[in-house]
Design a protein around this ligand. Structure first.
Ligand SMILES: [Zn+2]
Length: 323
């Protein structure tokens, strides 16, 4: 327990704050643009400055802060502290020794964790996963990430890769995925997949208000805009969310059968569509899962919002230090 710096490295923003690991309370919260086009070196330098600013703003001595946890949006070697693959950042991140660079610059104990594993830990500790011992968490956004807490412990698996729910196959002959696979959930139910379905509906001339709501500017079509159309009664927009929700439901059904968790927490930007997305997920689970008592599994929205990643990264820093 104590004060830790949580950092969330995102494709567009880097967020950081001092996190009280006993309460989840944030102070000195700041966010800056990632500007990943400038390359890893510039991004890491900006992250260091951001952390220094957060410490200064918190009014605490550096020595009063027990460590730094950084949530990284992709694959990494947690032990070595080296980044493998960040799909949503520009530049060559493969092999960047992020941990070493942060420690060299700030001389504070530092840990790295995948951002959605961090979110999972935060939601379980302070958010929608509180009070039960086993959860699965999904983050539906630009990609589809996930994480598991099993019997009260964040489950990491080989190299910390456990929980990559977005890369399970839900359509054997589906589209090629950035991970090298085919028909992964992420290719069918992520934000870009939903946007692509909206664009296709408009260009095919289907009867939908999506184009009108976008001011006939196809660049403005987004999951949020399609959700707005669906809420206004647009059948095409609703069908798009039904389809994404169906695939998420298949993935959730598989997770549920493998893990039998008490609760499934669904977050990420696309999940702001709320019941538009949650209802088809719940329906698919009801229709597909028989072996596990699915009626005992709650499928709920995440509660901590955009700061879940940095809260979880700070918690992880605390956990790792305890070992
Ligand atoms: Zn994949």
């Amino acid at each position: 327990m104590g004060a830790y710096i949580g950092v969330d490295l995102g494709g567009t923003h880097i967020g950081a704050a001092v996190v009280d690991s006993a309460t989840g309370e944030l102070s000195a919260l700041r966010s800056i643009y990632t500007r990943s086009r400038e390359g890893p070196e510039a991004v890491v330098a900006r992250m260091v400055t951001l952390i220094e600013e957060v410490i200064a703003e918190s009014g605490q001595a550096k020595t009063a802060i027990s460590g730094i946890g950084i949530g990284v949006p992709g694959r990494l070697d947690m032990q070595a502290g080296v980044v493998h693959y960040l799909p949503n950042l520009h530049g060559h991140w493969q092999g960047v020794p992020l941990l070493e660079e942060i420690v060299a610059a700030l001389e504070m104990p530092t840990t790295l964790i995948n951002d959605v594993r961090a979110m999972t830990l935060a939601e379980w500790t302070f958010g929608a996963g509180q009070g039960v011992d086993t959860i699965a968490c999904l983050a539906v956004g630009t990609g589809v990430g996930g994480g598991f807490v099993i019997d009260g412990k964040l489950h990491l698996g080989l190299g910390g890769v456990a929980g990559e729910i977005g890369h399970q196959v839900v359509e054997p002959d589906g589209p090629a995925c950035g991970c090298g696979g085919r028909g992964c959930l992420e290719t069918l139910a992520s934000g870009p997949a939903i946007t692509a379905m909206g664009l296709e509906a408009v260009t095919r001339g289907l009867v939908t208000r999506i184009g009108e709501l976008a001011g006939y500017d196809l660049n403005s079509v987004s999951p949020g805009l399609i959700a707005e159309a669906a809420r206004g009664g647009d059948a095409v927009a609703r069908a798009i969310y039904d389809k994404a929700g169906f695939y998420l439901g298949i993935a959730v059904a598989n997770v549920l059968t493998a893990l039998a968790p008490r609760r499934i927490v669904i977050g990420g930007g696309v999940a702001q569509a709320g019941d538009l997305l949650l209802e088809p997920i719940r329906r698919t689970v009801r229709e597909r899962v028989f072996i596990v008592p699915a009626e005992q599994v709650e499928i709920v929205p995440a509660r901590l919002g955009v700061n879940a990643g940095l809260i979880g990264a700070a918690l992880w820093a605390g956990h790792s230090r305890g070992r």
